[in-house]
Design a protein around this ligand. Structure first.
Ligand code: CMX
Length: 137
């Protein structure tokens, strides 16, 4: 597998409306996109920082992954996403063969039309890890 860079860092927040001004007014970043990913029950906001993005994640329902995460651990870093040049499905096959527990057996569509897949944090020293690659929108 070939990882080119950290594609994004996912940060769980209670409210995009409350969090976005910190990134824009204090850090001087520009929120270039707000997008809902219905099947993940999240609303996302993106900021570009060099090659990497910050993805703020707000839950759209009380039973969503992000709502559960915040309830248990509070707001903060939720996941780390690597851009995989050699393709998400190939990367999944490789790490599964080495004993990593997958949350997605194959790539699926995520925010920004990316092909994405998650690895279980229990297999990755407690960091929810995502593989992603550019996909057709
Ligand atoms: N990072 C690290 N550990 C995490 C975690 C995270 N983001 N979320 C949960 N965990 C830990 C829990 O603390 C728990 O640990 P303990 O057993 O020590 O208490 C363990 O993982 C299992 O957690 P759980 O509460 O029993 O299980 P959940 O139902 O919360 O599921 C997870 C956790 C990671 C399997 C689930 O969140 C998942 O499938 N995530 C992948 C999809 C996703 O995160 N989507 C939202 C983002 C979408 C986007 O970026 O567009």
């Amino acid at each position: 597998m070939k990882i080119s860079h950290i594609e994004h860092i996912g940060i769980a927040v209670k409210s995009l409306e409350e969090a976005i001004p910190f990134y824009e007014n204090m850090l001087g970043l520009k929120c270039y996109s707000v997008e809902e990913v219905a099947d993940q029950k999240v609303k996302t906001a993106f900021f570009q920082v060099g090659q990497t993005k910050i993805e703020l994640l707000e839950s759209t329902g009380p039973d969503g992954t992000i709502a559960k995460f915040i309830e248990k651990r509070g707001e903060g870093i939720h996941h780390l996403a690597y851009a995989v040049e050699s393709g998400v499905n190939q990367a999944l096959t490789e790490v599964e063969a080495k004993g990593v527990q997958l949350l997605d057996k194959q790539a699926r569509k995520g925010a920004e039309g990316m092909n994405i897949a998650f690895l279980h944090p229990k297999s990755t020293q407690g960091i929810l890890t995502e593989f992603c690659e550019k996909g057709e929108k």
